[in-house]
Write a protein that binds this ligand. Structure first.
Ligand code: PRP
Length: 216
């Protein structure tokens, strides 16, 4: 096993929620000593002194913020968050886990209206997409359960991530337009990338060993 004693101490931001379990599995496969029972714990900072690592468990949408401000050196985060938050961080690796797609969805038989409204947890991604399409829409920011919006008449379409498609199906919605594919990424703080390059490289190298095994 490679000696990690001499490496600088690294703080890794991990996203709680949807991609947490898969991300923890990935880190374990990469040989990082992070335990699977983290999800049940309420602890938000988990030091692993043997490996000179410390994990912080953050809201997925906040991971890139912690990394940009340097309180975490690296982070594991969905591309959806990176596209929405536009944080100033280095995107080092596509971990090829957490596959899903960013979609426009709505009710079947949806027809354009004069003042179209789109609900989304991703207002920037939604606004950018419709602007690129040359369509004027009002984007309404929601914080979750976005599928409610077209059913209850708040908006005529939504922009959201779709994984299994179950949430859309169970709410009678269909995928209308594909915006982009989403996967989980390894990001780094710009200063940490320079000042702690050995430790950051060590993590990236360990992750690189796991990526081919996960390829679809
Ligand atoms: C996400 C997303 C969809 C759902 C898609 O929500 O916003 O609602 O998962 O997954 P599926 O295609 O497998 O059904 P999340 O579970 O993060 O909860 P939220 O709606 O409260 O944000």
């Amino acid at each position: 096993m490679k000696q990690t004693d001499n490496l600088q101490k690294l703080t890794i931001a991990m996203p709680k929620g949807r991609i947490f379990e898969e991300a923890v599995g990935f880190l374990q496969e990469a040989g990082l000593q992070i335990t699977s029972d983290l999800a049940e714990s309420r602890k938000l900072i988990i030091p692993v002194p043997e490996t000179n690592l410390q994990f912080i468990l953050a809201k997925p949408t906040d991971v890139a913020t912690y990394v940009e401000y340097g309180v975490a050196d690296v982070g594991v985060v969905g591309k959806d968050v990176l596209l929405e938050e536009e944080r100033d961080v280095y995107e080092l690796l596509d971990l090829q886990i957490g596959y899903c797609r960013m979609m426009v969805a709505g009710l079947p038989g949806w027809k354009p209206t004069e003042s179209p409204r789109v609900a989304s947890k991703y207002p920037k991604i939604a606004s950018r997409y419709f602007r690129e399409q040359g369509q004027q829409v009002e984007v309404i920011k929601l914080n979750g359960s976005v599928e409610l919006a077209p059913i209850i008449g708040l908006a005529d379409r939504i922009v959201d991530i779709v994984s299994t498609g179950q949430t859309l199906r169970e709410n009678g919605l269909i995928e209308l337009e594909h915006i982009c594919e989403i996967t989980t990424r390894l990001i780094a703080n710009r200063a940490s990338y320079r000042m702690k390059s050995e430790a950051v490289d060590d993590i990236a190298q360990k992750f690189l060993q796991v990526i081919p095994r996960n390829q679809k």
